[in-house]
Write a protein that binds this ligand. Structure first.
Ligand code: ZN
Length: 181
């Protein structure tokens, strides 16, 4: 079990364009260790997803999903546990949907972010096998949020209406204080 420190907004490492994972790294012990550490880190803070740059690793790799209800997003549908490497996202249609987001790198805040309602995402699993899914709703939102970390984008950069961006404890006073983002 290795829980890593999660970098916070303001750290320049969150603003990089992440490097593709080379085919040599696929299936490697180093990659498997990174993925295990990322799941430990994400689960320690009940995250819905985590991108490698959030723990300072300059790789195009994200994890997301829980397969069970996330206490931070109790009303959200479950998303399959996924490791996605070198992802490519293609919007399916141009319909957008607004939804509240938080980020482990932006603790204590939430904001409404417009995202494509439906997307296709493609990439690789850690063993090099292909992932190709078309999804919508919360699943699509999580993937877009996580993959944004690979191009140096944090969700506050996507907020359009700053009247719906603020501190979680003020916006949602009923939320458990332990769930601070
Ligand atoms: Zn995030």
């Amino acid at each position: 079990m290795a829980v890593h420190e999660i970098l916070k907004m303001g750290d320049a490492r969150l603003l990089r364009l992440a490097q593709p994972v080379s085919s040599l790294a696929l299936g490697s012990a180093k990659l498997h260790q990174l993925v295990a550490d990322m799941f430990d880190t994400m689960q320690a803070v009940n995250g819905a997803g985590l991108a490698a740059p959030q723990i300072g690793v300059d790789w195009q790799l994200v994890i997301f999903g829980s397969g069970q209800v996330n206490p931070r997003y109790p009303d959200a549908p479950t998303v399959p546990v996924t490791v996605l490497i070198n992802p490519v996202i293609t919007p399916v249609g141009d319909e957008e949907e607004e939804g509240w987001e938080g980020c482990l790198s932006v603790p204590g805040l939430r904001g409404v972010v417009p995202r494509f309602k439906r997307i296709r995402y493609q990439g690789l699993a850690p063993d090099g096998s292909a992932i190709d899914r078309t999804v919508d709703g919360f699943h699509a939102r999580v993937v877009q949020h996580e993959c944004d970390h690979l191009i140096g984008k944090l969700y506050p950069m996507r907020v359009r209406d700053y009247s719906r961006f603020g501190f979680t404890e003020v916006l949602f006073p009923g939320l458990d204080a332990a769930e601070d983002d």
